[in-house]
Design a protein around this ligand. Structure first.
Ligand SMILES: Nc1nc2c(ncn2[C@@H]2O[C@H](COP(=O)(O)OP(=O)(O)OP(=O)(O)O)[C@@H](O)[C@H]2O)c(=O)[nH]1
Ligand SMILES: [Mg+2]
Length: 340
């Protein structure tokens, strides 16, 4: 049995007494994606429409941002830009018209579009944009049925609180998935009574982004403030806390030490002294050093008597969730199932 459920089971009178778990964290930290890992076991047709809208919306956002970023698309792709612009904003399609999928395919090969994607920190771009663009031919196939991986990449903003009852590893659980958007966080308080554990999610790549609802606020700073508030909340004093550092795949893929150290000016001196005095960093992976630093930053906001478990995950990674070891990752990385 996994570490968290083992604790709950030994403490609760019976495995049939449901254990209440809250998923908290800022918008897009991956709360609903974690929950999907428990709720969906197979491919599902009903997610098609959302996947198509995510794909079209992401391409439209990029095209709309390109003039502001001073980037132009290849003039030969103008007709494809026009096709994307012509799709009504609220369109609900459950299969990709050939014309649209072809336009997305051609545009996703445009160097201007690539450049805009590489400057994702300057605007609000869906983390799954590249995943969907890379999969466009498969998504547009006549007999397409979304895979588990597609569904995990789908972004649907949560509103209010979504409560799910399930049995996991023989233990009855009630999982409350909340909305992380600032204006929705006041609703969290209604879920606090009876909470056994809080899973607080932080998207590791947030240091490169600003909030959608307040573009003057860096998302990592918002995470620090939110974490300090939540961990010190009186009504959650007896709950166990699990700090989940999510989007490890994107953090490692996009890690740039100069951006990270510009955001955390004390990082380089910390790294240098840690390298001198410990053997922690023998594998030389820069992103994992930064991860160790971030973990300390978050834990520094916690009272010394308080126990907090930390894990790093990629909530969309089905290979990881099948328990495979990923090369270059530390052996201590758990799957979400293992953590529960
Ligand atoms: N690549 C990658 N994408 C992720 C990961 N976790 C979540 N995502 C994507 O990030 C987006 C946001 O995830 P959600 O689970 O909807 O985030 P949330 O915390 O529920 O957001 P709100 O409902 O707005 O509070 C989705 O498109 C997910 O597919 C991850 O570990 N890696
Ligand atoms: Mg959600």
């Amino acid at each position: 049995m996994s570490p968290i459920t083992t604790q709950f089971t030994s403490e609760s009178e019976s495995t049939q007494v449901p254990v209440k778990i809250l998923l908290l964290g800022s918008g897009q930290s991956g709360k609903s994606t974690i929950l999907k890992q428990f709720g969906i076991s197979d491919a599902h047709d009903e997610f098609k429409c959302g996947i198509f809208s995510n794909t079209v919306d992401a391409m439209r956002t990029i095209l709309e941002m390109m003039p502001q970023l001073d980037i132009t698309a290849d003039p030969r792709n103008e007709e494809y830009c026009a096709i994307i612009y012509d799709i009504p904003a609220t369109v609900e399609i459950d299969c990709f018209p050939r014309e649209i999928s072809h336009a997305i395919k051609m545009l996703s090969q445009d160097p201007g579009v690539w450049e805009a994607i590489s400057r994702f920190s300057e605007f609000q771009l869906l983390d799954s944009a590249e995943y969907f663009f890379d999969s466009i031919e498969r998504l547009a196939a006549e007999n397409y049925i979304p895979t588990m991986e597609d569904i995990l990449h789908l972004r649907v903003k949560t509103t209010g609180v979504y409560r799910k009852e399930l049995e996991f590893d023989g233990q009855a659980l009630i999982i409350c998935d909340t909305s992380g958007e600032r204006c929705e966080r006041k609703k969290w308080v209604h879920c606090f009574p009876g909470t056994a554990a809080v899973f607080f999610l932080v998207a590791l790549n947030d240091y490169q982004k600003v909030l959608e609802e307040d573009e003057s606020m860096n998302r990592m700073n918002d995470n620090f403030e939110l974490w300090s508030t939540v961990i010190n909340t009186e009504q959650l004093k007896s709950a166990k806390f699990i700090l989940l550092f999510n989007k490890l795949d994107l953090f490692i893929r996009d890690f740039r030490v100069e951006i990270f150290s510009a955001f955390f000016p004390d990082y380089i001196s910390w790294k240098t002294s840690t390298e001198l005095f410990t053997e922690l960093f023998t594998d030389g992976n820069e992103a994992l050093k930064a991860l160790a630093f971030l973990r300390l930053k978050f834990l520094s906001k916690v009272d010394s008597e308080r126990e907090v478990h930390t894990y790093e995950v990629s909530a969309t990674d089905t290979d990881q969730f099948r328990g495979k070891h990923l090369p270059g990752y530390r052996a201590t990385i758990y799957t979400v199932q293992q953590i529960f």
